[in-house]
Design a protein around this ligand. Structure first.
Ligand SMILES: Cc1ncc(C[n+]2csc(CCOP(=O)(O)OP(=O)(O)O)c2C)c(N)n1
Ligand SMILES: [Mg+2]
Length: 463
């Protein structure tokens, strides 16, 4: 299609208020947010010239470099102090008591699941695990303030988002054991959960890939929100660590989200470490929040140990993200990674034990909320004991059930990419079939649904 012809169509579609998609369907036209500028000042005394690259910059005769290290650091928003006391009693908290109790129980459930799964990996019953210790408030608090239809993209330390949205203990365990009931058919490493029903995209190990994906999804949601005004508007929400924010994908995603003004809430969990790299080696600026401002994005830094601050910040971010047709928001949630990076890491090789112990003692999203609940006579030692013991039992029951399940059929290793097996894949299946037949002791596949018949069926169906 020639340029002139294309631009004529675009002009006509703008008049009609529609646009043609690649598949030929017509959708509502969303005008790009171009800004106009004049190249020269209109009067001799003008205080600024409208350069296209900096529209509101005034002239100055002072040669002052911006010195970020001399600026005050971006403040950290909090509602409740570490003693569980509300700082501004007049504003108070809008969270109902029942909701606060539910959030508390979910945070405890997550921390107990983490402890037990970490131990299970040490016993050799799971191959890998990652805990959220110290960051339960960020995932559970923010998820509790979003709408279930909002589309979520996680990194890997946000099991709380899944839990708060209704992922069951059995769903976690089936994925961890890669059994036949796992949504991912055993194709992913443990903790790479996904749930279509709960609108959470499957976790990918490759750091930061979820960030531009979320920006793209938010662009699609922006269009859907305009096209379906009678349906509730939705946002995309994207979680990532401060280490992942060093990837190019982070920058590309924030910039495209800002220039296209898409309803995406970027939630950075700044927990002080990217495996063994401390933040002091990761960046020199004022955390990740300062980058949001650089991209022209409304930004807030929040105390991630304060569940009420996390919830209010996320709720307000969601409202802002949907205003004026959409805009991205960045929230930097501050925390400390109490656990090792993963079961493959020993963090005492690069940080002092006392540093971790200090953080455990000093502050924590779970104990902080517990203090608040106790202050309101909603919780006590007996309730705590009961909750911990019943939760432990629930987790162990789900764990044992999942451990007993069969593994998915081996045919899943070859399916799901091409509609039919390619000639090369067929050769691979045959070779695998042959190796299993020759070395039955080394390759005991009875634990897989259908055993070796899974491969026979696949070959039969793809002649
Ligand atoms: C592209 C890429 N590079 C490196 C890694 C290895 N890696 C896995 S997690 C991680 C650290 C990420 O740190 P952060 O984003 O701060 O998240 P946290 O683990 O602290 O929650 C690294 C370097 C990877 N998975 N993908
Ligand atoms: Mg980190």
């Amino acid at each position: 299609m020639s340029f002139r012809y294309t631009s004529r169509i675009i002009r006509a579609q703008r008049l009609l208020g529609t646009q043609t998609c690649l598949n030929g369907s017509r959708t509502a036209f969303i005008p790009p947010v171009w800004q106009r500028c004049r190249g020269v000042a209109s009067t001799p005394n003008a205080e600024k010239v409208l350069f296209p690259g900096a529209l509101n910059s005034e002239f100055t005769d002072k040669l002052d470099f911006i010195q970020p290290s001399q600026e005050k650091a971006i403040p950290t928003y909090r509602v409740m102090n570490q003693y569980g006391e509300i700082i501004d009693k007049e504003i108070g908290v809008e969270t109902e008591d029942d909701e606060a109790l539910l959030i508390y129980k979910n945070m405890v459930k997550l921390s107990i699941m983490d402890l037990l799964m970490f131990e299970a990996q040490r016993q050799g019953r799971l191959s890998f695990y990652m805990v959220s210790a110290g960051e339960e408030g960020i995932s559970i608090g923010s998820a509790s303030a979003l709408h279930p239809s909002d589309v979520a993209f996680c990194q890997y330390r946000e099991a709380g988002v899944y839990l708060q949205r209704g992922f069951q203990l059995s769903d976690f365990m089936n994925q961890l054991f890669a059994n036949a009931k796992d949504n991912g058919l055993g194709r992913n490493m443990p903790v790479h959960y996904g749930s279509k029903e709960l609108n959470i995209h499957t976790i990918s190990s490759t750091l930061a890939t979820q960030i531009p994906q979320a920006a793209g999804a938010a662009y699609a949601l922006k269009m859907q929100n305009i096209q379906n005004p009678d349906q509730p508007s939705r946002v995309a929400v994207c979680y990532f660590g401060e280490g992942a924010a060093s990837e190019g994908d982070f920058h590309a995603a924030l910039n495209i989200a800002a220039t296209r003004q898409v309803p995406c809430i970027f939630i950075c969990r700044n927990n002080g470490y990217a495996i063994s790299t401390p933040t002091s080696d990761q960046y020199r600026g004022d955390g990740i929040a300062s980058r949001g401002a650089g991209y022209g994005i409304a930004t807030l830094r929040v105390d991630g140990n304060d569940i009420f601050a996390v919830r209010r910040a996320t709720k307000t971010a969601r409202k802002l993200a949907l205003e004026n047709g959409g805009q991205p928001i960045l929230i930097e949630m501050m925390a400390y990674r109490v656990g090792h990076h993963s079961t493959s890491d020993d963090s005492f090789a690069y940080r002092q034990r006392v540093e971790v112990e200090d953080w455990k003692r000093r502050d924590n999203p779970i104990t902080r909320l517990r203090k608040w609940l106790e202050g309101r006579q909603l919780w006590d030692d007996a309730a705590e004991k009961e909750l911990r013991s019943s939760t432990r039992k629930q987790v162990l029951r789900a764990f044992e059930a999942a451990e007993k399940e069969k593994k998915p059929s081996i045919r899943n290793a070859f399916e799901g990419v091409w509609e039919d097996l390619t000639a090369e894949q067929r050769a691979h299946v045959k070779e695998m079939r042959d190796i299993i037949a020759r070395y039955p002791k080394e390759y005991d596949v009875d634990g897989f649904e259908g055993g070796v018949k899974g491969l026979d069926d696949l070959l039969q169906e793809n002649k």
